[in-house]
Design a protein around this ligand. Structure first.
Ligand code: THU
Length: 140
C-alpha cells in the first residue's frame, strides 16, 4: 500500500467512526482514526453530555481507547467532521502532543480531499513531557 492508500483507508475509518458520534446537543459529528507505528488502528467519535463539560472529542476517544489497550506509539491520526477541514481543538492538540511532536495529523473532508500536518505544525513551541524531566530538557 502506498502512503496515500494508507491515508485513504484511515480516513475511511474516521468517516465510519463519525457516523457513531453521540451529539444530541451540538449535532456536530466528528470521527477520528488513530494508527500506531505497528499499524493498529483505533477509532473514536465525539461523545456529548447533558452536563456539557464532560464531552469528549473524537480524537481523545481514540487515544483513550489506544492507551487503555497498551498502545502509545502513534504514527498518524485522521480527523473528519461536519465542517470544511475540521481541525483538532486545542485540548486535543495538547493530548496528541503528549505522545509525540512528529505525529501526523490528517484533516479530511473526504478520502480524496485532505491535508496532512505534523502535530508540531498545529501546536508549535509546545509544552510536553520533556519539560517535566529533571533538567527540563527538550529534544533538540
Ligand atoms: N469536537 C471534536 O470531537 N473534536 C475536535 O477537535 C473539535 C470538537 C466535538 C466536541 C463537540 O462534541 C462538538 O465537536 C462541537 O464542539
Amino acid at each position: 500500500m502506498t502512503s496515500n492508500d494508507q491515508y485513504k483507508d484511515l480516513i475511511k475509518k474516521a468517516m465510519e467512526a463519525k457516523e457513531k458520534a453521540y451529539v444530541p446537543y451540538s449535532k456536530f459529528h466528528v470521527g477520528a482514526a488513530l494508527k500506531t507505528k505497528e499499524g493498529k488502528i483505533y477509532t473514536g467519535c465525539n461523545i456529548e453530555s447533558a452536563s456539557y463539560t464532560p464531552t469528549i472529542c473524537a480524537e481523545r476517544t481514540a487515544i483513550a481507547k489506544a492507551i487503555s489497550e497498551g498502545d502509545k506509539d502513534f504514527e498518524v491520526i485522521a480527523v473528519t467532521g461536519d465542517s470544511d477541514y475540521t481541525f483538532p481543538c486545542g485540548v486535543c492538540r495538547q493530548v496528541i502532543r503528549e505522545f509525540g511532536r512528529d505525529i501526523k495529523v490528517i484533516v479530511a473532508n473526504t478520502e480524496d480531499d485532505f491535508r496532512v500536518y505534523t502535530l508540531d505544525e498545529l501546536l508549535p513551541n509546545s509544552f510536553g513531557p520533556e519539560d517535566l524531566e529533571e533538567n527540563g530538557g527538550r529534544d533538540k
